[in-house]
Design a protein around this ligand. Structure first.
Ligand code: PGA
Length: 253
């Protein structure tokens, strides 16, 4: 007999990653129509690319507008020069933000140049900006192969806030290609905390592909615990995971 799924994280397996991205783009379009001032938490990585393309197409077709919306990126590498093209801010601009109509003053960012004395103040400022925007309406997340959400690495507490973190070996390894080698990947980052993420009104998690199958099973079948930070999402009143058949392949049938 298959072990029971113990999680309270709801999930849907879509026929493909593209179908999942389309469904989430439909959902966000509707939310933007109902509330043009929508406040979004935005991830970086391969996973959200399909969603961003869908949203760009819809904006070009005049089906949605971000003109009154705000966005908060989830995380950022530290120890990168300002405007480094490998920063998450640059990546988000290139892959999504420059193609849609957010007002520049409502695109928030974490600074990749903060030193050890500056990040605390910057983190507090970021949390205050989120509060001033009315909190995050819709938090979009990927999952790292080690179970991280944003850069909340294994060991992250449920009540953690925006802070500096040391990146863990799996994360460094997965970033090595985009930095041209492991030795060039920044070791430090700044990330929204688990507590910050859990205060969002709605959370949507995307996980696609066979390389996410093991972690998806772990997250959906484990009790909430710091060893697998995404398990902290269980118990949030409005969290949903969007999977494709490959990432769902190891779930008990
Ligand atoms: P990925 O990264 O979308 O590139 O797989 C996800 C993550 O590390 O959060």
């Amino acid at each position: 007999m298959s072990p029971l799924l113990r999680t309270s994280i709801a999930y849907t397996v879509f026929p493909s990653a593209q179908a999942a991205a389309r469904a989430l783009a439909d959902d966000l379009s509707q939310r933007l129509r109902q509330r043009p001032e929508l406040v979004l938490g935005l991830p970086t990585g391969n996973t959200p690319l399909g969603l961003y393309r869908e949203l760009i197409e819809r904006q070009r077709a005049g089906q949605l507008s971000f003109a009154r919306a705000s966005c908060f990126p989830l995380d950022e590498y530290l120890d990168l020069p300002a405007a480094d093209p490998r920063s998450f801010a640059a990546w988000l601009r290139q892959e999504f933000l420059q193609h849609v109509d957010f007002a520049p003053e409502r695109i928030h960012r974490l600074d990749s140049t903060l030193d050890a004395n500056q990040w605390r103040q910057a983190a507090q400022r970021y949390e205050a900006l989120i509060q001033a925007a009315g909190g995050i309406d819709c938090m979009l997340l990927g999952i790292g192969r080690n179970g991280h959400i944003a850069f909340n690495e294994p060991g992250s507490a449920r009540n953690s806030r925006t802070r500096e973190v040391e990146l863990e070996a799996t994360t460094l390894h997965d970033a090595a290609k985009s930095f041209g080698g492991l030795e060039h990947v920044p070791r430090r980052a700044i990330t929204m905390g688990i507590g910050t993420i859990l205060e969002s009104r709605t959370i949507r998690v995307l996980a696609f592909g066979t390389n996410k199958a093991a972690i998806v099973r772990q997250i959906l079948c484990s009790e909430p615990q710091a060893a697998w930070p995404a398990t902290w999402l269980a118990g949030h009143p409005d969290v949903h995971c969007l999977l494709d058949p490959a990432s769902a392949a190891d779930l008990p049938g």
